[in-house]
Design a protein around this ligand. Structure first.
Ligand code: T46
Length: 135
């Protein structure tokens, strides 16, 4: 499984750091939505789904967390602990977010607006989805 992690360019000077992200430039798609999660409770596992048609970039801009990526054949755990690192998550990747530090803020850039019908929340349905796609 290929894990695509972007390392963004921080513009640092004696005042601190600034990271700027532009669609099609730093983010490889048009950004139609941005959301973030924080105050995640201890031992929480979020996600547990895939998407039919949504690309995302996940950036843990404060604290740390881990992302499990599962393409139906292989699983990988990717730590996110730097505010200048972005993890690309394709639609057809089952994802789980866990091991959040108490101060974690996970920011997400999404290629589509929110659409509940785009979610695949059943793991067997996901396996069918990727199996059919890979035929
Ligand atoms: C994903 C991972 C990385 C909205 O109303 N609008 C939104 O844009 C989103 C993302 C969520 N919601 C509502 C739907 C639920 O009532 O917020 C609540 C929590 O959403 P959810 O349980 O889907 O959150 P996560 O953390 O499990 O998953 C989210 C995204 O939904 C998902 O697309 O890939 O983060």
């Amino acid at each position: 499984m290929q894990v695509i992690k972007y390392v963004f360019q921080p513009h640092g000077d004696e005042r601190g750091q600034l990271v700027s992200l532009e669609e099609f430039n730093d983010i490889p798609f048009q950004i139609k939505r941005v959301y973030f999660m924080y105050d995640t409770t201890k031992n929480t596992v979020r996600g547990k789904h895939a998407h039919k048609n949504l690309q995302q970039i996940l950036v843990c801009i404060h604290g740390s967390c881990k992302i499990l990526l599962d393409n139906g054949r292989e699983k990988k755990v990717v730590p996110l602990e730097k505010p200048y690192e972005g993890l690309y998550v394709a639609n057809d990747m089952w994802r789980e977010m866990f091991d959040f530090s108490s101060d974690a803020v996970l920011l997400v850039f999404a290629s589509e607006v929110y659409d509940e019908s785009d979610y695949i929340r059943d793991y067997d349905e996901f396996l069918k989805f990727v199996g059919e796609k890979n035929k």
